[in-house]
Design a protein around this ligand. Structure first.
Ligand code: PMP
Length: 367
């Protein structure tokens, strides 16, 4: 038996153990049909059942209204940085869109959208991303085709715990790193997208939830594989979809359902993240998290050791010690450094407690 590893990676990230066990059991012979999902045509009734149940489960778990389509696409979150403007920037005349930029991922999305129209960043550019500028200071343009934001900035650890009020303008959100970690009122959005590889599966499939009446406005240069209307009309089977990733998604959604759904995921995420934030805030400055307390992420917790810019030697020591205890993928994103603990759905409270205990011990030794 392999020794237990504690995976705090930011994505691709830990999958629930029962999901991996089931995938292993079914790898060579899926459901008694004698072949693997890896070898199965996407046009078979067996695969139809897989993709349809992934959709049904998602609809149920997120309470997706009937007038929304659910698509399973390739190209990752990054693909959606292009697909969103390619499909939606022409909803209104003037081809402009508003972007709320609160970190790396919304900044990248805004930059990509500039290829297709006018992008208005509604908040002043920050030297350092440390929070969400007060919504009263946003300069929203009422004639924008949509307002875009990233619900959880994975690198900086900044999470929206409110839905921006955009009046009548369509709202678009990147939920790649916090989808299904809590309930969400889908009806407030024109479109939600999320790569699966953090909270709901493995890399390769990107979920798009889009309101039906927004389809059919794609720019003519929009690649067909990214045209939401074409994909919606074909049940995401315009071309070969990422079959195996959709199968893993289905297994994870079943696991979430069996474990109580979005409400329970939310409760657990609060419990897990509090364990770590409490240690940071009670460490008398030994650990520091640069993010405003009002928007600290439940999913990704970036922190420094020693001071706000980090004591490199201590941080190195921390990571080495963690790795000896088989706590892995804790290194901060290369653009910000430091440490980052990611606590997605599959990471358990017990695993988080092991990290918490190590953090406490480390303070004692090095204070
Ligand atoms: N959005 C967010 C919030 C992300 O965290 C990431 C990837 N970590 C992306 C988009 C980009 O996703 P991908 O690498 O699948 O293109």
């Amino acid at each position: 038996e392999t020794k237990k590893v504690f995976n705090f990676g930011s994505g691709p990230a830990k999958l629930p153990q029962p999901v991996l066990n089931q995938a292993q059991r079914e790898l060579l012979d899926y459901d008694g049909i004698g072949i693997s999902v890896l070898e199965m045509s996407h046009r078979t009734s067996d695969f139809s059942k897989i993709i349809n149940s992934a959709e049904t489960l998602l609809r149920e778990l997120l309470n997706v209204p009937e007038n929304y389509k659910i698509l399973f696409l390739q190209g990752g979150g990054t693909g959606q940085f292009s697909a969103v403007p390619l499909n939606l920037i022409d909803l209104k005349e003037g081809r402009c869109a508003d972007y709320i930029v609160t970190g790396t991922w919304s900044a990248k999305a805004a930059k990509e959208a500039e290829k297709y129209g006018k992008v208005n960043v509604v908040n002043p550019k920050a030297d350092r991303y440390t929070g969400i500028p007060d919504s009263s200071s946003w300069s929203l343009n009422p004639s924008a085709s949509y307002v875009y934001y990233c619900c959880n900035e994975t690198v900086h650890g900044i999470e929206f715990n409110f839905i921006p009020d955009t009046k009548d303008v369509i709202l678009v959100s990147d939920m790649s790193s916090n989808i299904l970690s809590r309930p969400v009122d889908v009806s407030k959005f024109g479109l939600i997208f999320a790569g699966a590889q953090k909270n709901v599966g493995c890399a390769g499939v990107t979920i798009v939830i889009v309101r039906e009446d927004l389809l059919g406005k794609a720019l003519k240069e929009c690649p067909t594989v990214f045209d939401y209307k074409v994909q919606a009309e074909n049940n995401s089977l315009h071309n070969t979809p990422p079959c195996y990733s959709i199968y893993i998604l289905k297994l994870v959604l079943e696991w979430i359902k069996n474990n109580g759904g979005a409400d329970v995921m939310e409760k657990l995420s609060k419990q897990k993240s509090s364990l770590i934030y409490d240690i940071i805030s009670s460490s008398n400055g030994f650990y520091s998290c640069p993010i405003d307390v009002t928007c600290q992420s439940r999913m990704n917790i970036p922190f420094r050791i020693g001071n706000i810019d980090g004591d490199q030697d201590l941080e190195k020591l921390f990571l080495e010690g963690a790795s000896k205890l088989r706590m892995i993928q804790l290194k901060g994103h290369r653009s910000v450094g430091g440490i980052r603990a990611s606590l997605y759905n599959a990471v358990t409270v017990e695993e988080t407690q092991v990290l918490a205990a190590y953090m406490k011990e480390f303070v004692k030794k090095h204070q």
